[in-house]
Design a protein around this ligand. Structure first.
Ligand SMILES: *Cc1c(COP(=O)(O)O)cnc(C)c1O
Length: 432
């Protein structure tokens, strides 16, 4: 039991803390539950003797929420353009504007002229078809995996999906495409070997039970050496519909990523459908794109599962703005020249009170689901290794890269507007 002189008796009571004007204002703005959680947690720290009771109010105030929700914006100083753990592609400001505009009531499924129901998200679909005239029709679903599930469900449930053993890919976080495909009730018909598959392997497996041929781009690994695989063009000549899971969402060929498949080329080569993600190299919101032959896209659109994989209006708005708009941030970061990056790193070093000697040459990466192994030449500011943790846990939160005993702060994926904040964070971490 707490004694009369027990300091715990001096811990401010919950209602007293909640009544403090600053605390009450935060509760009004961000919700009572979030604020109450902070209060309870700080009181517990006082009970545990980590802080004295007189510090409770001050600690509560400094821990009050300052934004709705718990996600913390992160400055990406890793040099990895599409970084899975920090939300893949950052949206272009115009996509953000479109998304905000769509956040209220909006004509997503209404023709304002006639007052009649209209086809949902037609603007985003038209934007995609304008960007890829090779496609007769297209469809947008929740993500790349959903696009693949819908395609294999509609084409191959109860039938076989013919796929090369070199393309049975795990996409991350223990999700494996073979499991995903089998979950649709399709049977995988594996052909070839890990490193080599020939057109004859496919031809031998094709028969009455074939629902489709699936080609998956190995977007997160490389196999070098004695390898061979079969291109879309040869597969298309075999007869059954060919689904190409291109992954990264490049709509057209990009010379900077010579081996990355793009939607337009796959369709020209004869793919029936191409699936892709919206938030990888396309640089838009999380979405799954399906582009291709009209009748097959329509088959997918009419499938009952399509309704469960439908995207919301915010995604449609951001996707349309991304596809119609100028080069999104992802493309800008990918194409930044080493010279531009050296200047950017020098500016960062200057502003952080460091010298040109701290600016070092580095390799950036495309990251999450695109162009594995393709190095992106760039420049970073090097600071001591322990700076990485301080940067990550600071405010603003900065994610840097640790390599060979150094912390590399790579400005490739940092918008110019964020450079002063990044420099300030580096300066504080170095104690300058
Ligand atoms: C990323 C990727 C997927 C999954 O796409 P999500 O948008 O993450 O669902 C599927 N296939 C390939 C080849 C990929 O690169």
């Amino acid at each position: 039991m707490a004694q009369a002189d027990d300091p715990r008796r001096r811990i401010p009571r919950t209602d007293a803390l909640l009544a403090h004007p600053t605390v009450a204002a935060a509760a009004d703005e961000y919700g009572a539950a979030a604020v109450r959680e902070v209060v309870t947690e700080v009181q517990q720290r006082a009970r545990d003797g980590q802080i004295v009771p007189e510090q409770v109010l001050e600690h509560v105030i400094s821990a009050l929420p300052t934004r709705p929700g718990s996600m913390t914006p992160v400055i990406n100083a890793t040099g990895i353009v599409v970084h899975t753990n920090i939300g893949r592609a950052p949206l272009d400001p115009r996509a953000v504007e479109a998304l905000v505009a769509a956040s209220g009531y909006v004509d997503v499924e209404l023709d304002l002229g006639t007052g009649q129901r209209a086809s949902r998200g037609a603007g985003a679909l038209q934007a995609l078809l304008a960007a890829v005239p090779e496609a007769e029709d297209c469809l947008v679903v929740n993500n790349g995996a959903a696009a693949l599930v819908l395609a294999t469900t509609a084409l191959a449930t109860g039938r076989e999906v013919v796929i090369s053993r070199g393309e049975l890919v795990e996409i991350g976080d223990r999700f494996r495409l073979p499991d995903l495909i089998e979950s649709t009730g399709a049977v995988l018909r594996e052909v070839g070997t890990t490193n080599r598959t020939s057109v004859a392997d496919y031809a031998a497996a094709i028969g009455e039970r074939t629902g489709c041929i699936l080609k998956v781009h190995p977007s997160n690994f490389r196999i070098d050496g004695f390898t061979s695989s079969v291109g879309v063009r040869e597969l298309a000549a075999l007869g059954p519909p060919v689904v190409m899971d291109s992954g990264s969402g490049l709509l057209r060929h990009d010379d900077a990523l010579p081996e990355e498949p793009d939607v337009a080329t796959c369709l020209r080569d004869g793919a029936t459908l191409v699936t892709a993600s919206g938030d990888k190299l396309l640089g838009g919101p999380q979405a799954g794109l399906v582009l291709g032959e009209r009748a097959t896209v329509e088959l997918l659109r009419r499938h009952p599962l399509a309704r469960a994989l439908r995207v919301d209006k915010l995604t449609l708005a951001a996707l349309e703005a991304t596809v119609r708009g100028p080069r999104p941030p992802v493309a800008g970061y990918l194409h930044a020249t080493p010279d531009e990056l050296r200047h950017k790193a020098r500016r960062l070093a200057d502003a952080a009170g460091l010298s040109a000697a701290d600016v070092v040459e580095v390799d950036g990466r495309v990251g999450g689901g695109g162009a594995p192994g393709v190095p992106l030449a760039g420049w970073a500011v090097a600071i001591p290794e322990d700076g990485a943790v301080a940067l990550r846990t600071g405010s603003p939160a900065v994610l840097a890269r640790v390599e060979r005993g150094r912390c590399l702060v790579d400005p490739r994926c940092v918008p110019d507007d964020d450079l002063p904040a990044l420099a300030g964070a580096v300066r504080r971490v170095l104690g300058r």
